[in-house]
Design a protein around this ligand. Structure first.
Ligand code: SF4
Ligand SMILES: [Mg+2]
Length: 311
């Protein structure tokens, strides 16, 4: 199975993304995991809205719909409900999901239909020449806390990853696909044209990768422990601090997931978390509806029986 039309399309100059755009990495990692999971191409549907990210369905060898602005969630919901056997992915950007489509997006999360929603967050409206989006700190008003908003909408799977960490991105996509319910994955996406400094602020010292049942460790032997409800950074090079005192990540704990999603509001020196913030499996088994084969329609017979007037 070859999911990537990408190489062919880039030669033919059919791909409309700029060179260096983070969308290329997301496209490749998605194609790779679909191939790894051996999902039949005919059972995959990619639904997008409007924005740079939303061109992705054109570049992959599956079924796809380039939908309307802010509405890929409703289109995907309709597809999944009418045929639960399909593997449905929503491709959306920060403008599509958190601006024009917020209402549709949040209500889709609440319904917990088995969809995988990939939110490409580059903090700008890149298709319309780079205005600061609703997730951007330099926006005139306070930005949305994306993970916190998704959590409070009743999400059963919330994760964050980056386009320039391909292994992490692939791992999160595989977990999301396994989850039965609406999986929301925020992907920090590099837009070198309109927000080239966005990615510069992340380095190994100020990001933390969350792993379930593992202590929170980052950078140069730094850990995080909870002092009541306040997360505090401790230096593990200091003999008075022990790894045994650190916060152990448990993605089933909604209270701690909220604390994680608010790290930067609590203390700007805390690292930015990536990984699965929260996961709760409500639906037990994938509902596989058996679709009865429809009888072949004989158009001639129908026309013979009925009289149609065309006006
Ligand atoms: S404008 Fe930004 S997001 Fe859009 S294709 Fe170019 S680099 Fe990618
Ligand atoms: Mg954007």
């Amino acid at each position: 199975m070859n999911y990537l039309k990408y190489k062919k399309d880039i030669k033919k100059k059919e791909i409309k993304w700029c060179l260096g755009c983070g969308n290329y990495s997301i496209l490749i990692q998605l194609a790779k995991i679909l191939e790894k999971l051996k999902i039949n191409k005919n059972e995959i549907v990619l639904v997008s809205g409007i924005g740079c990210s939303s061109r992705l369905p054109y570049y992959i060898n599956t079924y796809g719909i380039h939908g309307i602005h802010g509405r890929p969630f409703s289109i995907a919901t309709g597809i999944k409900i009418s045929n639960p056997n399909l593997n449905v992915w929503v491709i959306t950007g920060d403008g599509d999901s958190f601006s024009i489509g917020t209402n549709n997006f949040l209500h889709t999360i609440r319904r917990d239909i088995d969809l995988n929603i990939l939110i490409f967050n580059n903090e700008v409206y890149s298709l319309t020449k780079g205005q600061k989006s609703i997730t951007n700190k330099k926006n005139k008003y306070r930005p949305f806390n994306t993970i916190s908003l998704i959590l409070s909408s009743g999400s059963t799977f919330v994760a964050r990853t980056l386009d320039n960490y391909p292994n992490h991105l692939q791992k999160i996509l595989i977990y999301a696909n396994k989850h039965i319910g609406t999986s929301c994955i925020e992907i920090y996406q590099n837009c070198p044209i309109y927000n080239k400094n966005f990615f510069k602020k992340f380095n190994k010292k100020n990001i933390i990768f969350l792993e379930n049942n593992k202590p929170l460790i980052f950078g140069n032997k730094r850990g995080i422990k909870l002092d009541g409800q306040i997360p505090k950074i401790v230096n593990l090079n200091n003999k008075y601090n022990s790894i045994n005192d650190l916060w152990i990540h448990n993605y089933k704990n909604i209270y701690k997931s909220y604390i994680l999603s608010n790290f930067k509001n609590i203390n700007n020196k805390l690292p930015t978390p990536f990984g699965i913030f929260y996961k709760k499996q409500i639906h037990k088994i994938k509902k596989k509806k058996i679709i009865k084969k429809k009888k072949k329609i004989n158009l001639y017979k129908i026309l013979k029986k009925n009289y149609y007037e065309i006006i």
